[in-house]
Design a protein around this ligand. Structure first.
Ligand SMILES: Cc1cc2nc3c(=O)[nH]c(=O)nc-3n(C[C@H](O)[C@H](O)[C@H](O)COP(=O)(O)O)c2cc1C
Length: 396
């Protein structure tokens, strides 16, 4: 899609989702778009942002709208980072490299997932920007340790340890669609995939996406996305406790973030275990269905942390206004996952760049309209006073 058409038809994140849905085979679109079980948390992530109301001011003589923030002592040009997503190379050839380049050009962070289809080393080399690496905690600690050592050697700035994933959520759209890689040749899948001609053509010319980071442990033939996902499910250890975080802490000297924290007591424990940052997250509603919307859980976590470490939030961030709301509550920045995947599916690197630009422009417009000159000075007064039950109490 050329730039002009991208601008016209991809005018918002929602519009880009519609474009992505038309371009991808259903089995691939649903793998990205779907959530766990009844998708209550998935829906609530977005709904909770809509239920927060901004409280604009007028005639404030605002002369600028600054949106850079500082994270771990370094500036980010916008308060939106790209969170980890496995298997992004199913949407666009070398999808992770395309996304990481777009993030670097926009002056923000790309987080490489453990399940990237290019190796973590390739992604770090290709993206001349700030990159973080995300790991899970495995029964076989040697694999987690090795991934951490590789991330350090490749120059990743921060390590994101995802802790809401020790048992895999049941994604029922994938069950219905018979999600496998490549898609299983059932009648519906053949028709569905054949209809996505452009995607098929593009992907046919690219190497088959695999979970490339795992080749040293399982061999090239063991990296098939669907079968390795099942293996990884068996490698996750639901019995682990905070000592696993201590272990990672000993091995990673740089900034270490925990992703998947929703409870203020867990935030306090994270501080005690030397964590440098939190991502308030329910994994985009893909894990525990019925967990609170991240933005509802955020205030209590922020109160518990009391400014000692940065707190990021993800899940349902679809508009610049959502970012402003999260920052007004006290988050340092937001992560996005699905929005960048929709951009990637529509136009590769340019599509992800466009997604980040949509956020940048929307944040700028919200700041002008709200009478705020800098995201750094946003506070809870930028939000309409909500009944306590809607905000902090829900997460207490
Ligand atoms: C297709 C897909 C793959 C994901 N893979 C990972 C992953 O490998 N590791 C991880 O910590 N989170 C993963 N997530 C969760 C995201 O990092 C993020 O927490 C969540 O999707 C944010 O919500 P949003 O998609 O509404 O922006 C994935 C999400 C999606 C949609």
């Amino acid at each position: 899609m050329d730039r002009k058409t991208l601008e016209r038809r991809g005018y918002s994140i929602g519009a880009l989702r519609t474009l992505a849905r038309r371009r991808l085979p259903r089995v691939v679109f649903d793998f990205c778009d779907g959530g766990a079980e009844d998708e209550q948390t998935l829906r609530d992530n977005e709904r909770a942002f809509r239920e927060l109301t901004l409280q604009p001011r007028v005639l404030r003589g605002v002369t600028r709208t600054a949106q850079s923030v500082e994270l771990f002592g370094r500036p980010l040009r916008l308060p939106v980072l790209i969170g980890p997503t496995g298997a992004s190379g199913m949407l666009w050839p070398k999808g992770e490299i395309a996304a990481a380049r777009a993030a670097a050009a926009a002056g923000t962070v790309y987080t490489t997932s453990h399940g990237s289809t290019r190796t973590l080393e390739d992604i770090a080399r290709a993206a001349d920007g700030r990159t973080w690496f995300q790991v899970f905690l495995y029964r076989d600690q040697a694999i987690t340790d090795d991934l951490i050592a590789r991330a350090r050697a490749a120059g990743y700035e921060a390590l994101v340890v995802t802790v809401d994933n020790q048992v895999l959520g049941q994604r029922e759209r994938d069950i219905v669609n018979g999600f496998t890689v490549p898609p299983r040749p059932g009648f519906r899948n053949v028709i569905d995939v054949a209809a996505s001609v452009r995607w098929l053509w593009r992907m046919a010319g690219a190497p088959r996406p695999t979970m490339a980071n795992y080749a040293p442990y399982f061999g090239e033939s063991g990296t098939n996305i669907a079968s390795l996902a099942a293996t990884i499910a068996g490698m996750l250890d639901p019995t682990i406790g905070w000592d696993a975080i201590d272990r990672v802490r000993e091995r990673w000297r740089g900034p270490m973030l925990l992703k998947g924290v929703l409870h203020p007591e867990d935030a306090r424990l994270a501080l005690r275990h030397g964590v440098d940052g939190l991502v308030v997250s329910n994994h985009g509603g893909r894990q525990l269905d019925g967990a609170p919307a991240s933005i509802r859980a955020l205030p209590a976590v922020l109160d518990a942390v009391d400014g000692r470490i940065p707190v990021l939030v993800d899940g349902g961030v679809r508009r610049g206004a959502d970012v402003v709301k999260a920052l007004a509550l006290g988050a340092t920045a937001c992560l996005i996952a699905r929005p960048h995947l929709w951009g990637l599916a529509v136009a590769g690197e340019e599509g992800v760049a466009h997604v980040l630009d949509v956020f940048r422009r929307e944040i700028e417009r919200v700041l002008w309209l709200g009478g705020w000159d800098d995201v750094a000075s946003l506070g809870r007064e930028a939000l309409e006073i909500m009944p306590r039950t809607d905000l902090a109490a829900a997460a207490d």
